[in-house]
Design a protein around this ligand. Structure first.
Ligand SMILES: [Zn+2]
Length: 300
């Protein structure tokens, strides 16, 4: 009973920021959002509004974007894309189904071909209840009309844009997107940069799966690649390795305590060592991260 109560409390705290992945206290309104454009490498850019980071490859053959922010930010994103050549991308790729990465599909879906892993389409047709929050199904024009299972490539502007699926990590429909010529990789929410991750267990996510996926990606990503994370600044291979260590170490502390038959409440009370303080200051606080690990490793 006490455990149920504590999960409910955590859910209530987390719910308003669920798809914001940001701090509630300064979660800006759409009219206050400025979409910032950063050149990453070659003809690949990163755009940042209020939701997930957007990747874009631009050139004479048109624009391809990775993720498209919230519904109410999408018009500002379109205006920023116009500055790069066109407000009507030929392709929109969704790294996973969460609204802060896909709601803009409603704006772009009428003109663009939306591409995603097959589970993203499934989730958008029948969104799971996450943290007690429900999402209505997306209209057909806002759904991915091209889906893939393991990997696929799109060739545009002399760039090979390669999507590779990694199973059951942040969700069950995660794509890593490689801009192979520009040596840029968009990680979606598989990578949060120095902060504890949001693992969406209700959408098929798994803490061990996320660790496995990042571990598998470390040798695959070039040491000098530029990494666009789901949220936060452009990052490096070293940042990715640090992130993997952060997850492995914090998870070991919690799973060791679980093996010692400590309750979730006791593990939360004991907390994590001081060096994880900064990691617990983002969207996912230390207590929530401990609860997520506890839940994920309790699933048989
Ligand atoms: Zn997400």
């Amino acid at each position: 009973m006490r455990r149920t109560l504590s999960i409910l409390l955590i859910s209530t705290i987390a719910a308003p920021a669920l798809f914001g992945h940001g701090n509630d206290s300064h979660f800006p309104r759409a009219q206050d959002v400025t979409v910032r454009t950063t050149k990453v490498n070659g003809n690949v850019y990163m755009l940042q509004g209020r939701g997930g980071n957007i990747g874009a490859v631009v050139g004479p053959e048109g624009i391809l974007i990775v993720d498209d922010d919230y519904r109410d930010v999408a018009p500002k994103l379109a205006a920023a894309l116009k500055g790069l050549g066109s407000d009507k991308p030929r392709f929109v790729l969704n790294t996973h189904w969460h609204g802060d990465h896909t709601q803009g599909n409603e704006t772009f879906g009428k003109d663009s071909t939306i591409v995603a892993h097959v589970n993203v389409r499934k989730r958008l047709l029948d969104p799971p209840v996450v943290f007690g929050r429900s999402t209505p199904p997306y209209p057909s024009f806002a759904l991915p009309i091209v889906t893939y299972s393991e990997s696929m490539s799109i060739h545009l502007n002399g760039e090979e844009i390669r999507l590779v699926h990694y199973p059951n990590g942040h969700t069950d429909g995660d794509s890593i997107v490689y801009f192979t010529k520009a040596n840029v990789v968009h990680f979606g929410d598989t990578f949060f940069v120095d902060r504890f991750p949001f693992v969406d267990i209700d959408s098929g996510g798994s803490v061990q799966g996320l660790i496995n996926n990042i571990g598998a990606l470390i040798p695959k990503v070039a040491p000098d690649a530029k990494i666009i994370p789901g949220h936060g600044p452009v990052s490096t291979h070293a940042d990715l390795k640090n992130y993997h260590a952060l997850l492995v170490e914090s998870v070991k502390i919690v799973t060791d305590a679980m093996k010692a038959r400590k309750s979730l409440e006791d593990i939360q009370k004991a907390g994590l060592p001081e060096k994880f303080k900064e990691a617990g200051s983002g969207f996912i606080k230390t207590d929530q991260w401990i609860a997520t690990i506890h839940r994920s490793y309790s699933i048989k």
